[in-house]
Ligand binder design. Structure first.
Ligand code: SF4
Ligand code: SF4
Length: 115
């Protein structure tokens, strides 16, 4: 999820598609998606780490996903109204994701938000 100030056409608070494990990842049975840099703020918050972080098979930290394949920090309803429950502490990968980019559009198509 990108910054809240991005263009209205790609209004992240009515989307949330990039906070889901994408289809190509799922097809390969990859259960981890949002990688966390060990220096990201979230890693300095033990309570958040305990609740929201999982390690992959190479012991790299990732955001925990729910059984619906969505990041457990995502609040609200996909494509209607969403929020990031740890917005100030979200991983760098989320901060760098660009609203309106090719990847953004791909995520939106996959989740049925745009064609
Ligand atoms: S897919 Fe694009 S518009 Fe949707 S939340 Fe992510 S960055 Fe924002
Ligand atoms: S940490 Fe926040 S912005 Fe990043 S995937 Fe989870 S809900 Fe989305």
């Amino acid at each position: 999820m990108a910054r809240a100030s991005d263009e209205a056409e790609y209004d992240c608070v009515t989307c949330g598609a990039c906070c889901y494990n994408p289809d190509d990842n799922r097809e390969l049975d990859y259960v981890d998606y949002v990688e966390i840099d060990p220096f990201d703020r979230i890693m300095r918050k033990p309570d958040l780490v305990r609740r929201l972080v999982v390690l992959d098979h190479k012991l790299r930290p990732h955001m925990r996903l729910s059984h619906l394949h969505r990041c457990v920090a995502l609040t609200g309803s996909l494509g209607v109204k969403v929020g990031c429950g740890i917005y100030r502490d979200r991983p760098q990968m989320c901060r760098d994701f660009e609203a309106g980019s090719k990847d953004c559009k791909k995520h939106r198509r996959e989740r049925g938000i745009e064609r």
